[in-house]
Design a protein around this ligand. Structure first.
Ligand code: OXD
Ligand code: MN
Length: 601
């Protein structure tokens, strides 16, 4: 072990976090030689190691100390201004053939890509420390749980991975010493944080990821979008389970009856808020608990779908978070949190647009420049983030560590749509629900670089995250349905519909409990529904509006289906399916025809 040189350094000694598995050691040796580093640091995730890395990060301005009385054990990180979001245009799926990556992914030939990346990594860590992060995704005793190792030259990555994953000895133990054991190899280097040398590459067949040139969470916390979704979805298909961009929440009635719901919304469309929902006063005795806020891994048990959250923390969007929109998130991020690209107040607190309290007279914006309310720029970047342990969440579900997962009663697909899509509707059956998910669309947000506010199709909220051919992914959904004897009911929701004056018609946040209640009633077979061409609609009589000040005209508008808008929508579905170049399963093409036919009935 000693000859793993050039040098091994860890404040705790090498300890139990250093794997004995030869395949891991060989790989670390190879990357250390390629990147020409003098220091290898085996991370064990301990408190002591964390303190040491925070201290170093403060010295090197990777972190800025906050007012510890206001936000204990919390820090601010300012990213390079050229590096603030996921970069879908530089994200690649490197399968042997282009067909395997499919029409929605950027494809790059594996051999050439490895060669290009090796070229970029050559000498990249000279004078830097190479950190090896052992981690697991999933509860420790789950059959779905995966082992990953991430090599990185960024302390920020190590500190965030410690929050977002279960890190250290637990992964080393789980891997064992079988050189053929399945584990994900992730290599990350900041290089010189230059958009021209920024590539996020996935090699599903090798269970490998290489990410260079970025320090932004979604590009570099390789456990998350890269392993848990892109590589995860590929593994899920070959192994017969599902890796989805979904929150998981529990809803418990005053009588103690509990259901779990999984919901897929695109990035920055309120998954964290929905997962932490606090029911309005009128719903006395109802309780919502969080299993996960971003990713669900689901498997079939006894003909039912069970879900686990593979993560250990939340990497959430900050702007707009306040005690009205999400009190549980506010409590979660009040301590032990890493903030990225928010504003800093004169007294060392964090601030962002939409935070509670009086408007500020002065702050330092996310770049560190003076900011006043007259500034043209936002104080916090629209995609500024918090990284916080899930243990901070007062509404954490007690079964979050349950290895078999929680049984899913309903799946919800939701996008950000100003028009067309009603507040809620239910698919007639599983296959119709797959069609609903496959054709969902949303207005783009700041979570990815590029224009904001444009409607794009985002099937199952997985457009940027499906690690293989989207046609095969749709088929996988249909195949899973065939194996389910008690499938979850499938719903579409839209919290974002606007009126003619551009105002939101629905208040959202905690009020979404009213919609959730109908969804639960439908799962239990007690809620009424109005049959429509697009599915079962919620009738105004079945929507509990008690103690909600809402114009009844608005209610009719948000619950209804406008035939003209839907004629356009169905034409867009066709356009989207056509754009995929023949990979869409026949069953989904037929589902579209059936919806169109129902409009003519
Ligand atoms: C995220 C995203 O960070 O979807 O969760 O971009
Ligand atoms: Mn996400």
């Amino acid at each position: 072990m000693k000859n793993i040189a050039p040098a091994i350094f860890s404040p705790n000694g090498i300890g139990d976090a250093m794997p004995q598995n030869q395949s891991v050691l060989d790989w670390v040796r190879e990357i250390a030689a390629l990147t020409q580093t003098e220091n290898i640091f085996w991370c064990d995730g301990s408190e002591r190691e964390n303190e040491f890395l925070i201290e170093e990060s403060l010295k090197q301005n990777v972190l800025i100390e906050l007012n510890q009385k206001k936000v204990p054990r919390s820090y601010l990180h300012r990213s390079n201004p050229n590096d603030v979001a996921r970069v879908e245009q530089f994200t690649f799926v490197c399968t042997p053939t282009k067909e395997e990556a499919g029409p929605t992914n950027n494809w790059s030939e594996p051999k050439e890509t490895y060669a290009k990346l090796r070229g970029l990594l050559k000498g990249a860590m000279r004078g830097r420390t190479l950190f090896v992060i052992p981690y697991i995704m999933g509860p420790p005793d789950s059959p779905l749980t995966k082992v990953g190792f991430e090599i990185t030259d960024s302390k920020y990555v190590v500190l965030n991975m410690r929050i977002m994953t279960r890190m250290g000895e637990i992964a080393v133990k789980r891997l064992g010493d079988d050189p053929n054991a399945e584990w994900n190899r992730g290599v990350h280097s900041l290089l010189d944080v230059n958009p021209e040398r920024r590539f996020i590459c996935h090699f599903p067949q090798d269970n490998a990821i290489i990410s260079v040139g970025s320090g932004y969470g979604g590009n570099v916390l390789l456990s998350k979008k890269c392993l848990a979704l892109r590589i995860g979805s590929y593994l899920a298909r070959t192994q017969g389970w599902m890796a989805e961009h979904m929150l998981i929440l529990g809803v418990e009635s005053p009588e103690g009856k509990k259901h779990y719901v999984a919901a897929a919304f695109p990035s920055a469309c309120g998954k964290t808020n929905f997962a932490m929902l606090i029911p309005p006063k009128h719903f006395k005795g109802w309780k919502v608990t969080t299993v996960g806020d971003d990713i669900a891994w689901m498997q079939i048990r006894d003909g039912q779908l069970y879900a686990v959250n593979p993560e250990n923390g939340y990497f959430g969007v900050v702007p707009g978070t306040n005690y009205k929109s999400n009190p549980n998130a506010m409590k979660s991020i009040a301590h032990d949190t890493i903030y990225t690209n928010v504003a800093l107040t004169d007294d060392g607190d964090v601030w962002w647009e939409g935070k509670d309290g009086k408007p500020l007279a002065h702050a330092f914006d996310w770049r560190g420049n003076d900011w006043t309310p007259d500034s043209k720029e936002k104080a916090a970047h629209p995609n500024s983030r918090f990284t916080t342990p899930m243990r901070n969440n007062p509404a954490l579900d007690p079964d979050v560590e349950k290895g078999e997962g929680v049984p899913i009663s309903a799946i919800i697909f939701g996008g950000r749509r100003s028009d067309t899509v009603p507040l809620v509707y239910q698919a007639f059956d599983w296959n119709h629900g797959v069609y609903l998910g496959a054709t969902m669309a949303s207005e783009t947000t700041a979570a990815a670089t590029g224009a904001v506010g444009q409607v794009r199709r985002d099937p199952m909220a997985m457009l940027p995250f499906c690690g293989y051919n989207i046609g095969d992914y749709f088929q996988h959904w249909l195949d899973i349905g065939k194996r389910l004897t008690d499938p979850p009911r499938i719903f579409g929701v839209n919290w974002f519909r606007k009126g003619v004056k551009g105002q939101f018609l629905w208040r959202g946040f905690g009020e979404n409990m009213r919609v959730l209640k109908w969804i639960i009633d439908r799962c239990e077979g007690t809620g009424g529904g109005l049959k429509s061409p697009i599915g079962w609609l919620l009738s105004p009589h079945d929507l509990d509006l008690a103690e909600l000040d809402i114009d009844h005209k608005c209610v009719a508008e948000i619950l209804g289906v406008d035939h003209e808008e839907w004629a356009k929508e169905l034409a867009e579905h066709k356009k989207f399916f056509d754009s995929l170049g023949g990979v869409v399963p026949d069953e989904l093409l037929k589902q579209r025809e059936r919806v169109a036919a129902r409009f003519k009935e």
